[in-house]
Ligand binder design. Structure first.
Ligand SMILES: *[C@@H]1O[C@H](CO)[C@@H](O)[C@H](O)[C@H]1NC(C)=O
Ligand SMILES: *[C@@H]1O[C@H](CO)[C@@H](O)[C@H](O)[C@H]1NC(C)=O
Ligand SMILES: *[C@@H]1O[C@H](CO)[C@@H](O)[C@H](O)[C@H]1NC(C)=O
Length: 172
């Protein structure tokens, strides 16, 4: 979610141009720039820590940490695992390593890394793993070190006020 927002902020340029924070306006890269990938990478890395604090103008809550209420993580007849009260720390340290922008084809790729993401929350499990019964609940914490997060982003080019803009198409 976070990555897609970032991409959108960098290249959409939706109707709400007015009222966007100045640092986002400045981070935009013109679609016709020959060095658009470099521009998106550099500007993106600059604004990630700021975007992570949330953007009230876009109703984007803070992602530092990111809160998720509930995920039904495993839901099979054999095993059910729910997690809740999830907090993800470290998204503000996301780094864009590379961008392959193919706007005319509508498919772009983002190559991101993060040295240090921590996820904490509560879990609830019921079922069987192999033949062992699993029943329990409690706190969990997961530490993701040196993660690589490759993302494919679908987009289309739209015209607004006679100018070309890139608009993300939601993939989920
Ligand atoms: C990872 O992040 C946690 C929480 O912010 C911090 O306590 C820890 O020192 C960090 N570890 C590294 C290797 O940066
Ligand atoms: C997981 O959540 C679902 C949907 O709320 C619920 O029906 C199920 O009983 C929960 N399972 C466990 C193990 O808590
Ligand atoms: C992610 O993309 C980069 C650059 O294209 C590539 O070198 C790397 O192998 C990919 N990693 C994964 C886990 O897909």
């Amino acid at each position: 979610m976070y990555r897609l927002y970032l991409f959108q902020i960098l290249c959409i340029f939706s109707v709400h141009t007015i009222g966007l924070p100045e640092y986002i306006k400045k981070a935009r890269c013109h679609i016709n720039r020959p060095d658009i990938e470099k521009c998106m990478k550099e500007n993106g890395n600059k604004i990630i820590p700021l975007v992570a604090e949330g953007i009230p103008e876009l109703n984007l809550p803070t992602m530092n940490p990111l809160h998720v209420d509930f995920i039904q993580m495993i839901n099979t007849p054999q095993l059910q695992v729910n997690i809740s009260d999830i907090k993800v720390y470290g998204l503000n340290r996301m780094k864009i390593q590379d961008i392959k922008a193919r706007f005319s084809k509508g498919v772009s790729k983002l190559f991101l890394t993060n040295e240090n993401i921590t996820v904490v929350g509560k879990y609830n499990a019921k079922g069987k793993v192999m033949i062992l019964p699993v029943v329990g609940e409690g706190d969990f914490s997961v530490y993701l070190e040196n993660g690589v997060y490759n993302e494919t982003v679908l987009s289309k080019v739209v015209k607004r006020n006679g100018e070309d803009y890139v608009k993300r198409i939601d993939t989920f």
